[in-house]
Design a protein around this ligand. Sequence first.
Ligand SMILES: Cc1ncc(C[n+]2csc(CCOP(=O)(O)OP(=O)(O)O)c2C)c(N)n1
Ligand code: SF4
Ligand SMILES: [Mg+2]
Length: 303
Amino acid sequence: MTAMFSIKDLVEEEYTLPGNASCPGCAAALSLRIALKVLGPKTILVVPASCISVIQGYYPKTPCRVPVLNVAFASTAAAGSGMVAALDLKGKSDVKVLCWAGDGGTADIGLQALSGAAERNENMIYVCYDNEAYMNTGTQRSGSTPRAAATTTTVTGKPERKKSVPEIMVAHRMPYVATACAAFPLDFAGKLRRAASMPLRGLKYIHLLSPCPPGWRFPAEKTIEVGRLAVMTGFWILYEWVDGRYNLTGPSKGLLDKSKRRPLRDYLSIQGRFGHLTEKDIESLEEEVEEQWKDFARKMSMT
Ligand SMILES: Cc1ncc(C[n+]2csc(CCOP(=O)(O)OP(=O)(O)O)c2C)c(N)n1
Ligand code: SF4
Ligand SMILES: [Mg+2]
């Protein structure tokens, strides 16, 4: 289990300075700020084309106080692997490589590079911040967009289900896989700390749900509320997979019992991307959430 991370464990030092190019209420920018506080200045950030490549700044300006390597869309995990090899050659064992890519850059175009890096078990941390679409180019659907969500390329709702990248990563049997949500920053910080302090070399993967006000169509001040509802309704499960075992974390620990979860419609109704749903659509998504929990309970009992 992840040791509790307290707000007092967050250093006051900032490694992303105020005044970046994100939209108001951007969970990705908030989470990057937390991540760099946890990992500290001896971190090299590897980012592909995405909102984060905009947030980390247009040359020569940047809010980041750590080195940043900007790479082509598909290549984050490959570029991170090269960075790890270079650091190894130089004997710099105290520098961490943090790959930070969007869902499009992870679930779709970057999946091959990520799978290769996971197979080689490269010694780095990979965070996919999942805003569930290609936001930087105008909210096109990705493999990680949930079923029924409207995007500019699925205007009546995405017909396919969300691809589970964390489960694909578990299949690679690397040292650490976890999910997180930007609305639970201490849970996320604890997982990052655990990933960074593991004595075992290898790839540590965290899939971070990252609410996006313009893309999900909710007011900017509701980012944390939306993220909390994603977890409290059971739509998004917080867990870790380590030493071959699954653990629920944070509020998800109490949500195996369906009656403890908030109604799913509380999460759906707060976002414009689900505004077109009929009663039948909502019931079908409720069934999907229940199925996802049953599947999770089965996996926990098997490990
Ligand atoms: C090979 C390639 N194809 C397309 C693009 C255009 N492009 C830049 S960012 C982006 C969207 C990235 O989506 P995601 O990885 O989910 O990150 P987000 O923008 O949502 O933060 C796209 C399609 C590109 N830069 N390179
Ligand atoms: S589009 Fe969404 S993810 Fe991108 S900067 Fe704006 S709020 Fe953040
Ligand atoms: Mg995205």
